[in-house]
Design a protein around this ligand. Sequence first.
Ligand SMILES: [Zn+2]
Length: 118
Amino acid sequence: MSDDSAAPTPPEGLPEAVVTELNGLSAEDLRRAIVHAQELLQWQEDTPSQIELHPGEDVIRVNERDTYTEVVKTVPCPEGCEDCPHGPYLYHVREEQRPEGGTHTHWTFIGEVDTEKN
Ligand SMILES: [Zn+2]
């Protein structure tokens, strides 16, 4: 590899830390990074929308929309009353970018769902 030739321009939006890290890798490490990235991608696509459930919660229905994911789930209350679990409740789940990098999952409570109608 010649130092005279300009390094390829990274795709727009790729975090600078990642670019710097990749630029410093040997060909061998780059291949490992590609393999790992592909595995991560595969894994993320297999995991529906990073929907994390708390113990006792039960997902009734998941619908992927353009900008969010519709999730209907039942939720137990902390006390564990006689009516538990409660719901089912409808949530809109969005993947949001953190200012410091990475993403977090934002759940918006929409309301109770009448399962009789569905
Ligand atoms: Zn309860």
